[in-house]
Each structure stands twice: as structure tokens, then as C-alpha cells.
Write a protein that binds this ligand. Structure first.
Ligand SMILES: Cc1cc2nc3c(=O)[nH]c(=O)nc-3n(C[C@H](O)[C@H](O)[C@H](O)COP(=O)(O)O)c2cc1C
Length: 193
């Protein structure tokens, strides 16, 4: 069982990282092989809408996204973890997602979705934001819509979402052990066959 995980937060030791680490710990305990991509440290250029992927379904920009594309193709499970920045996922996360336009072409233009693999493809979305999850809840709703579009484009047919609001300061999520445990359990469950 191969799992790839995207950490979309630039803050080292921040809330996203802490939650993701718990999910990864759970998945590894279940026997999965997990690779984490810290998006902020990678060289990934924003999509140029150059049309380079239109004919082939493959992105022509040569940077770290090429390795991520290969990892997405061979993954059985995908985790996206992001802070809410200005009512959606972080820019680091969004840049990676936009570069998956190549998968969009491949799936919807060339009718060649990423094969489901031996276990079926499932996802986990972890979101953390400083604002209260009030009645409108727009930040989480926008991020959920972006992540859902990503997951379906790379042929992840279903995903579970964990949302944590009112978590502002670095590492503040430690004050919520139930949240960390929930992420651990979700990681474990994600790695189930
Ligand atoms: C540029 C920026 C924009 C933010 N925008 C929002 C927002 O729209 N909604 C929200 O709930 N929190 C927002 N926050 C707060 C972060 O989501 C919050 O601090 C979160 O815990 C950061 O996670 P991290 O520690 O993993 O980086 C913003 C923070 C920054 C730096």
C-alpha cells in the first residue's frame, strides 16, 4: 500500500504538520509505505496554461512536479493537509493542484483516468484554520471544493475530510489531543485495504 502525503503549510512544526504526522503515523502502523512532500520546500512553478498538456496529458514544465506526477500515478492513497489561507487551501497546495491540469486533460480529454490500482484509490483531506467554524464556514467550504476537484481529477473517487477551526497559533493543535487522535485514526483507516 503506497501513500503519498502533501503538507501544504510553510510553517515548520505548525498545526498542519502536527496533524499530518499523526495521520502518517497511523498509516505506517497499518503497514503502509508513506512519502511526505513538503510543498513549501519544492521547486514547483505555477501552471502557465501553456496548453502543453492538451495533446498528451503530460505536463511539459520540468521541475519537481514531474516526480510528484509519477508519485500520484502510483499511489494507492493520497493525503492533502493544508492550512486555510484567505478562505481556501494555501498557495503552496493550490500551485501543486493547478499543475494537475495535465491529469485533467488525460482523464477528461483523452479519456484515460489514472488506473485505480489493486486497492482502489482513496483520499484524506486535513484542513486547519484560525477562524471559528461558524454557520457560513466559507474557508473550509472553499478548500473542500478545491480539494474535491483535485482528488476526482487524479481519480481518487472518495475522500474523508477532517476540519479544525479556531486553531491559530503555531502548535496550538497540541491542546486538542482528540484532534490529533482523530488524525491518527483516519491515517490508520486510510491504509486499510
Ligand atoms: C496568509 C494567511 C491567511 C490566513 N487566512 C485564514 C482564513 O482565511 N481563515 C482561517 O480560518 N484562518 C486563516 N489563517 C490562519 C491559519 O489558517 C492558522 O494560523 C493555521 O493554524 C495555520 O496552520 P499551520 O500552523 O499549519 O501553518 C491565515 C493565516 C495566514 C498566514
Amino acid at each position: 500500500m503506497r501513500i503519498i502525503a502533501f503538507n501544504g503549510s510553510p510553517r515548520k512544526g505548525g498545526n498542519t504538520q502536527l496533524l499530518l504526522e499523526e495521520a502518517v503515523r497511523g498509516a505506517k502502523e497499518q503497514g503502509a509505505e508513506v512519502t511526505v512532500y513538503n510543498l513549501n520546500t519544492l521547486n514547483v512553478r505555477a501552471c502557465q496554461n501553456c496548453g502543453g498538456c492538451d495533446d498528451t496529458g503530460r505536463c511539459v514544465i520540468q521541475d519537481d512536479m514531474q516526480a510528484i506526477h509519477a508519485a500520484i500515478r502510483s499511489a494507492d492513497r493520497i493525503i492533502v493537509a493544508s492550512p486555510i489561507f484567505f478562505f481556501t487551501v494555501s498557495a503552496q497546495t493550490k500551485i501543486m493542484i493547478d499543475r494537475c491540469q495535465a491529469f485533467w486533460s488525460e482523464k477528461y480529454v483523452h479519456k484515460k483516468p489514472v488506473p485505480p490500482g489493486p486497492f482502489g484509490r482513496r483520499g484524506l483531506l486535513i484542513l486547519v484554520g484560525g477562524m471559528k467554524r461558524d454557520a457560513k464556514n466559507d474557508g473550509f467550504k472553499c478548500a473542500e471544493a478545491v480539494a474535491r476537484a483535485f482528488f476526482r481529477t487524479v481519480n481518487v473517487q472518495e475522500h474523508v475530510t477532517l476540519e479544525y477551526g479556531s486553531v491559530e497559533k503555531k502548535g496550538e493543535i497540541r491542546e486538542n489531543p482528540a484532534a490529533l487522535n482523530e488524525a491518527y485514526e483516519a491515517g490508520k483507516k486510510l491504509a486499510e485495504i
